[in-house]
Design a binder for this molecule. Structure first.
Ligand code: ADP
Ligand code: 5GP
Length: 191
């Protein structure tokens, strides 16, 4: 049983292609009571991505309006597109005692940690840069420009891992999921 009261906030980051979405999907199948926050983005949808499931796809005008009205818990430009975490649903779920996951970039994670120091930051690390490149290519979703932009950014992203509370290497998916399950175990309420 999880303790009642306020839920915990978990932030998952890591380079594009490290396997964040895959590990989170696997985690949610084992821990279905977790809530995964759905971000707004100005990036075009990839084939198969569903509005309101992977992302809320919004125009730049809508994004700036919402950001100016303070509707985002955090927001950032990542690989040339804008992304933001809608504040109200996250606050609502936490207040109802639900644990919430954010899958956001390293800038967003730093903003969340400043605003909510109790948030637990988890970095998903690829086994190697070669494997990262192979996964990103294998996913087949990025054009050559986007691919090289994401690979270039991975160097700086990997440098940030030391600021995270936990690092999970995503070599074997089952093991990485098990690591995350342990990290998410309810902490002692008296801590
Ligand atoms: P991210 O969300 O971090 O950008 P994805 O979850 O989309 O990454 O994973 C990138 C690619 O790597 C996908 O094609 C996915 O199937 C593959 N992948 C993810 N985890 C593993 C793993 N542990 N072993 C091998 N391939 C993986
Ligand atoms: P993708 O375009 O591959 O789905 O995501 C690109 C990057 O944007 C990933 O690092 C992902 O974690 C990050 N991202 C997704 N949603 C948000 C968000 O709401 N805020 C921030 N700061 N980053 C996000």
């Amino acid at each position: 049983m999880r303790p009642s009261g306020h839920g915990h906030l978990f932030v998952i980051s890591g380079p594009s292609g490290a396997g964040k979405s895959t590990v989170i999907r696997s985690l949610l199948s084992r821990e279905p009571e977790l809530v995964l926050s759905v971000s707004d983005t100005t990036r075009p949808a990839r084939p198969g991505e569903r509005r309101g499931i992977e992302y809320n796809f919004v125009s730049r005008e809508d994004f700036f309006g919402k950001r100016d009205r303070g509707e985002y818990l955090e927001s950032a430009e990542v690989y040339g597109h804008l992304y933001g975490t809608p504040r109200i649903p996250v606050e609502h779920h936490l207040a109802n005692g639900r644990d919430v996951l954010l899958e956001i970039d390293i800038q967003g994670a730093a903003m969340v940690k400043r605003a909510m120091p109790e948030a637990v930051l988890v970095f998903i690390e690829p086994p190697s840069l070669d494997e990262l490149s192979a996964r990103l290519r294998g996913r087949g979703t990025e054009d050559p420009d986007s691919l090289s932009r994401r690979m270039r950014a991975s160097y700086d992203e990997l440098k940030a891992k030391g600021t995270y509370d936990h690092i999970v290497v995503n070599d074997d998916l089952g093991r990485a999921t098990g690591d995350l399950v342990r990290i998410l175990e309810p902490r002692n309420p008296s801590e």
